[in-house]
Design a protein around this ligand. Structure first.
Ligand code: FES
Length: 322
């Protein structure tokens, strides 16, 4: 794989066992130089030697300028990404990573914050916990995992010095006597103005979205690892590229991104399923059929941008700022 100028070439500085099936991977610049800054909730894309690109949340404090750390679970249903990392990536290896991107930012000035983590979904929330602790903001973390042996960063969370009024609760639903978290019960106790965050498996995210449906939309923050909708590949519409002065008919079975890449138009992309935000494109005209999990509800309604790897068109034509 040749180096892409927008990517950073970093070295695997350390690999640490964090929990059953979960390692953390620390990346540094070979010359020890500072890395581009990031804020809690951000992720980087790993461009793997097997050609796959996968996004992983940063879990180290955002004040770290010399390293990026990601926690990666060896996924039983891996499509090749986490398996490659766990089986092939070694300390001392080089790998290309993207600049950090943040689709899950932390509202640092919220009066209070609820964080709900499921399994490896703890990674961006662990970063947020460290940030909230460092700025002394009150929060409540509920961390769910099947067992405590499968809970990454547990020791650090058990010993962290909490800001006044904060608490961390664990829920081991796979242990004797354990049960699934009642997210509705947690949400019902919230003080007005609380910002709520959730990262975890799809069923948890669905339950969280149902439980928080009546809260102000700007206070609800959800991070998906995988798409919840199938990509729009019905085709049958035209895409006009305003800057390039070209137009393309999107055929059934193809996404907008696939059509444009097939035509030799170089465009940034990564996850190809509407999760990472890399392919976000300005919409100048037309109504997208949004299928991503990056845009908020109000951003979807505004129709100013779209993820062209998975979203389609509700009409006959889209004019894009490409
Ligand atoms: S490539 Fe990740 S959202 Fe489109």
């Amino acid at each position: 794989m040749s180096d892409q100028p927008s990517l950073l070439r970093v070295r695997v500085h350390a690999i640490t066992y964090e929990a059953q099936g979960i390692n953390s991977y620390e990346f540094r610049q070979p010359d020890g130089a500072e890395l581009p800054p990031f804020a809690a909730g951000a992720h980087i894309d790993l461009h793997m030697a097997n050609g796959l690109v996968r996004s992983y949340s940063l879990c180290n404090p955002q004040t770290d300028r010399h390293r990026y750390v990601v926690g990666i679970q060896k996924d039983r249903a891996s499509r090749g990404g986490s398996t490659w990392v766990h089986n092939r990536l070694m300390v001392g290896d080089f790998i290309q990573v993207s600049h950090p991107r943040n689709n899950f930012p932390l509202a640092e000035d919220a009066a209070s914050t609820l964080l709900v983590a499921g399994g490896i979904g703890i990674t961006p929330l662990f970063c947020m916990v460290q940030r909230l602790v460092s700025i002394g903001r009150k929060f409540h973390l509920v961390y769910c995992a099947r067992t405590r042996q499968e809970a990454a960063f547990r020791a650090a969370l058990e010993t962290v010095a909490l800001p006044a009024g904060s608490k961390i609760e664990f829920n081991w639903d796979g242990e004797p006597g354990g049960k699934l978290l009642d997210i509705g019960a947690v949400v019902n106790t919230l003080a007005p103005g609380t910002h709520v965050y959730c990262c975890g498996p799809l069923p948890m995210l669905g339950a969280f979205e149902t439980a928080t449906a009546s809260l102000p939309r700007d206070n609800v923050h959800v991070e998906y690892f995988t798409a919840k909708d199938a990509p729009a590949a019905e085709g049958g519409f035209t895409v006009v590229l305003a800057k390039a002065g070209k137009s393309f008919q999107i055929a059934p079975g193809k996404t907008i991104l696939e059509t444009l890449l097939d035509a030799g138009i170089p465009l940034p992309s990564s996850c190809l399923e509407g999760v990472c935000g890399t392919c976000e494109t300005k919409v100048l005209e037309g109504i997208p059929d949004h299928r991503d999990v990056v845009l908020t509800e109000s951003e979807r309604k505004a129709n100013k941008t779209m993820m062209i790897c998975c979203s389609g068109c509700k009409g006959d034509k889209l004019v894009l700022d490409i």
